[in-house]
Design a protein around this ligand. Structure first.
Ligand code: 6PG
Length: 466
């Protein structure tokens, strides 16, 4: 019986797309799924792949179909469902086998799972896969966390199926166990911030400017040809352009303003806080999704909470464009700072320029900006944050005045721009050699004798407070 080079377990949208991509590149792929009735329609729909796609109807025959040493890739939800599958598959595997989790997982879980499997001689890879279903099908960006040996084994398949940026495959071995999932999590955190900032400008144009969806689509279409060129701007144009077939109304106008989230944005914020950092644009984006969920409260509060009662003209479209570019740079800078801090904390030696490079195609974050970020990171001295890279400073000098103007107008008229405002606040906090936290230290010492350092004397001190 023909043996498979890899097995994909989980035939949801992403698993199906990845299996087709792998099999189409000539790798014999076994496929299985918990709901066995999904398997035949999938394999029958891909009959052109012949024996490159081998259907298996239970876990035992799936594992038995894999050439030794085996490679099993799970593309299923990363919490309890994955945990249960790992428990079931573990006794069927033997030393030398390789397990890949290609879903979005909390990197702490990946580290724990890798320890468990590696204790049994089985390699465990946390693989961040970005690009949604189209990416998985035609070329995702992939962030690999695992041992050097497991990378050597999987590299041919991953390189073959990855997205390409000017010929360069968008996949890299970033570090051990949880490193790939951590980088993917931060990718998603930046994705949350970018989506939120675009949504904020959409809201400003709609609510304060009275623009309809078609007009905003035209503006974003223009932006997609300039420095904001990116997948997320393109996606936003599609979102604004699409009409509801029956009524002809823009579909976006019919969508409830409550954003879903599956957890990666929240994980980014939690990990940043654990490392003593704040990725405040990402925090704002996560918060905005949470606020969006309380629709009833917002409906009640709209009638009760007074607004600004100020009328101010909207900034021009170029100002809005520049403001978004500044926000995008600042949110990427926070994300890369977080990656640098995690790399130091966990001893990963992450190649940040390579991370930016593999995000240039295939993933949700892909944008023209990432090419500039990759170039900047290549020459940036260690420990220097991205925001201080000369290439970024040059653009910020041009664009932050616009961000200031947009946030200023929004504050005056009472239009919320949480992520853009957070980006500006971070920028203004950074460019202040003497901030106001001496007051926090004084307060802590007044009420709790926590002590403080002085600017004029060495050592630790307590005040003799009146
Ligand atoms: C990707 C995406 C993907 C994620 C969506 C939805 O890189 O392909 O990040 O992994 O599923 O972005 O995430 P939320 O449901 O949390 O918005």
């Amino acid at each position: 019986m023909k043996q498979a080079e890899i097995g994909i377990y989980g035939l949801g949208t992403m698993g199906r797309a990845l299996a087709l991509n792998i099999a189409e590149h000539g790798f014999v792929t076994a496929v299985a799924n918990r709901e066995t009735d999904w398997i035949d329609p999938f394999v029958e729909g891909a009959s052109h792949l012949g024996e490159n796609l081998l259907p298996c109807y239970d876990l035992e025959s799936f594992v038995a179909r894999l050439a030794r040493p085996r490679t099993v890739l799970f593309m299923i939800p990363s919490g309890a469902p994955l945990e249960a599958m790992l428990d079931q598959v573990a006794p069927l595997l033997e030393p030398g086998d390789l397990v890949v989790d290609a879903g979005n997982a909390d990197f702490n879980d990946t580290v724990r799972r890798a320890e468990r499997f590696e204790a049994a001689g089985i390699a465990y890879v946390g693989l961040g896969v970005s690009g949604g279903a189209r990416g998985a099908r035609h070329g995702p960006s992939m962030m690999f966390g695992g041992t050097a040996d497991s990378w050597t084994r999987l590299e041919p398949i991953l390189t073959a199926i990855a997205a390409r940026y000017e010929g360069d495959a968008c996949v890299a071995h970033l570090g051990p166990d949880g490193a790939g999932h951590f980088v993917k999590t931060v990718h998603n955190g930046i994705e949350y911030a970018d989506m939120q900032m675009i949504a904020e400008l959409y809201g400003l144009l709609r609510d304060a400017g009275g623009w309809d969806a078609g007009r905003i689509a035209d503006l974003f279409r223009d932006w997609s040809k300039g420095p904001l060129a990116s997948f997320l701007i393109d996606v936003s144009v599609i979102a604004l352009d699409t009409k509801e077939p029956d009524s002809g109304q823009p579909l976006i106008d019919l969508i409830v303003d409550t954003a879903g989230q599956k957890g990666t944005g929240r994980w980014t914020v939690i990990e940043a806080q654990k490392l003593g950092l704040s990725a405040s644009t990402i925090e704002a984006a996560v918060a905005a999704r949470s606020w969006s969920a309380d629709r009833d409260l917002r409906a009640r509060a709209e009638a009760l909470l007074p607004g600004a009662n100020v009328v101010a003209g909207l900034p021009g479209v170029q100002t809005l464009e520049q403001a978004l570019l500044a926000g995008r740079i600042l949110s990427h800078a926070q994300g890369f700072d977080l990656l640098a801090a995690a790399s130091r904390e966990y001893g990963w030696s992450l190649d940040l320029a390579r991370v930016a490079e593999i995000w240039r195609a295939g993933c949700i974050l892909r944008s023209d900006l990432l090419s500039g970020v990759a170039e900047a990171l290549k020459t940036l001295p260690d420990e220097t944050p991205l925001v201080l890279a000369p290439q970024m400073l040059a653009v910020l000098e041009q664009t932050v005045p616009a961000l200031r103007q947009v946030v200023g107008v929004a504050v005056q008229i009472g239009q919320p721009l949480p992520a853009l405002a957070a980006a500006l606040t971070w920028y203004d906090s950074l460019r202040r050699a003497r901030g106001s936290s001496n007051m926090i230290q004084a307060q802590r010492d007044v009420f709790g004798a926590h002590g403080f350092e002085r600017t004029d004397l060495p050592g630790r001190h307590n005040g003799e407070w009146g």
